[in-house]
Structure formats: structure tokens, C-alpha cells
Design a protein around this ligand. Sequence first.
Ligand SMILES: *Cc1c(COP(=O)(O)O)cnc(C)c1O
Length: 400
Amino acid sequence: MNRRCAGSEERPALLGGRPVRPDGPPLWPGTNAAVEEALRRAAAAGLWGRYHSEQSEALSAELAEFFQVPHVLLCASGTLAVEAALRACGVGAGDEVLLAAYDYEGNFLSVHAVGAVPVLVDVTALSWQLDAELLAAAASPRVKAVICSHLHGGIVDMPAVLELARQRGWYVIEDAAQAIGGQLQGRRLGSWGDIGVVSFGGSKLVAAGRGGALLCHEARLAQRLRLWLRRGPQEWAALSELQAAVVRPQLEQLPARTAQRAARAARLEAALAPFGALRRLAPLETPQTQPAFYKLGWDYDAAAFGLSRAHFLAALQAEGIAIAPGFRALHLHRSPSRYRAATPLRHATAAHHRCVLLHHPVLSGSEEDVLQIAQAVAKIHRYRQELAALPLPAPALSQD
Ligand SMILES: *Cc1c(COP(=O)(O)O)cnc(C)c1O
């Protein structure tokens, strides 16, 4: 077959054509020789039966160095880490916690888990990250803490959040579960808050199936975290030695991989620019700032592309591309008795309807891999009228 013509004549997979990725999206985590070697050595040393020994200690020290924070506590998940952080900050019944109305649902539920009330704040128009300028309007004497999540390759304006939080006496909990490896003004994301949270969940950039860590500046907060994560001498939600063993080599690889993903994201952005319908979430334009891409988030303009978001995503998924809608905004389809909304949540509502997320593994592949995505988008654009006529169920929203 003539390769040059094949692409242009191909129909979208959803209309019976050949998918651009017949084998589907790349697996994650991929094969990783350093991880395999770490597991082999851990097995040889009999680490699977141990509660606490050199792997956890070495990982804690390496994370402290990586994030430039004095205190690191390992734990069973990012979700648990957020709850631990809220408790260490003394958040409890009757207190309020500020967070973006477009955020990971688990954070909203963690606020409820400690008996507090989530106060939803709108996101910025162009980056869909927590809008630091709206925090003052959402203040009340009950507010104890702010949760800032860096989402979808975006970065929250941490200096602005911290400045206000310091004035008001609020704790800042920084959720870097999606942003490990990124930095803002030369400081690692996760190291800005009073307590930072990272996740080693199976889909995350540094994966151990499950797991998380708390990054902490103050000895007093670290001690409260330590106490909550123990019942007497027992750590009841620890990271295992085997999990610590597989995280260590990935942490070493992280800076190079973060740079590679950013380069692939930039290449993809350029390749998609001609369609005029996909806008990358706006970056913070400050020096020494580098996003991390757990998901690569876009504002999808259905009218400009000429195809609904549901159809666009279904068609790309049929091409073998791991793309999905973003989160459900926290104020939609939920009883208003479960939160307080201090400001209009216009941009969070827009994010709910317009966000599309590319899952990160394809960014660790070759340049050809990301160009295939642009090729698939081109096919879908060409056949958009035929695709729009297909009846489709609503796509499932992203869960992580
Ligand atoms: C995945 C994720 C978490 C939770 O981490 P787990 O380890 O899966 O519990 C928290 N916040 C954000 C933004 C996430 O993406």
C-alpha cells in the first residue's frame, strides 16, 4: 500500500476505518529495567515481610532531598495523605476548608471525612486552577485551611495563595498528586504548602500500585502527622518496603522523564494548533517554572471543531488514544447542603463541560506517537458531520 496516501484516505475507526493505534494506548507503568532490578534485589533480600527497614528510610531521605523539605512521611495513598494533612492542621467539625470547585472529588470528600465543610472557589478563566484572587471573598472565621491541587498540567499560583494564607492564619495543603516532578520558580510542586501531598497510585507518574507521601516543613506538623499515622507503635497505613523499592528508581528517572513529557506536550500543542479548537490550559508565565503532565488538559471548543465533546472523545478513543472528559465540577449534581459556594462558579462550570484530558503514558513515547494523535484528530475533523450523526451514550467522567 502507498503509505503517503493511506493516512489521508483512512476513515475514522468509529466509522469502520483502521485506528491510528490498533493496539490501543501504551500500557502504564511500562517496562522499566531499573524497577525490575530493584524488585529483584528486594526479593533477594527478603524485603516483602518487613514492616520498616532500609528502603522506606532511603526513600524518605531521597524525597526530602528531591523536594527540599525537612520532613517526609510515607503512607498508603494520596487520598489518605490529604485526610492526614487536614487532621494535622487541626481541621475538624464546624471548620471550613477552601478548595477549587473544579478539583479531585476525593479532596472534597476528605473535607467531609474530617467533619468540615468544603467552601468552593472558582478557578481561573484560562488555566482552570484555583483562583487565588477569589480566596479573600470566600473567607470566613471558620476557614482553617486551603487545598490547592495542580491539575492537568496546570499550576496554582502558590505565592499568591501563601501570601493571603499567611495574613489570615490558614494552613495550605498542596496536592501535587498530578504534578510530581514539576516546579514553580525553581521550587518543586508539593514543597510550597505547609503540607504537600504526592501519590504513588498505579496510574500516576511515579507508580507503586498504591501509596503516597506527605512533605512537611514544620516539625510540629510533622509530629502530628506521625502520631495520626500510628496506633501505638503500629503504622497502620504505611507504604510497604516493596513499594518503596520500586518508587526509588522512578524518582531518579523523574527529572528526565518530566522534561521529555513537556517536550512531547509542546510538540502536540503545535501539531493541534491548526484546528483552533483545542486550547492548552494556560501555563503560569514565571521563570524556572515547569509543569508536570499526569494528564494533559485542554479546553475543547465543540462549536469551533464542529463536533460535540462526547463525539470527539468517543472517536479519539476508538483510534486507540487514552483521552477522556475532565472531572465533574464539585457543585454540579450535588446537594448545596454539602458545601458553601462563596463566589459564582462560572469557570468551574465551563471546565466541567469543556475539559478533555489526555492520559500521560503516550507522552513517554516517541514523537511519532504524539503526531499520531494529531493525525487522528485530523481524520475526525474531516468526517465530523458523519460522526455527529452517530447516537452515543454520555462518556464516563474522569475519576483520578
Ligand atoms: C490521584 C489523585 C489523588 C489521590 O491519590 P491516590 O493515591 O489515588 O489516593 C489526589 N489528588 C489528585 C489531584 C489526584 O489526581
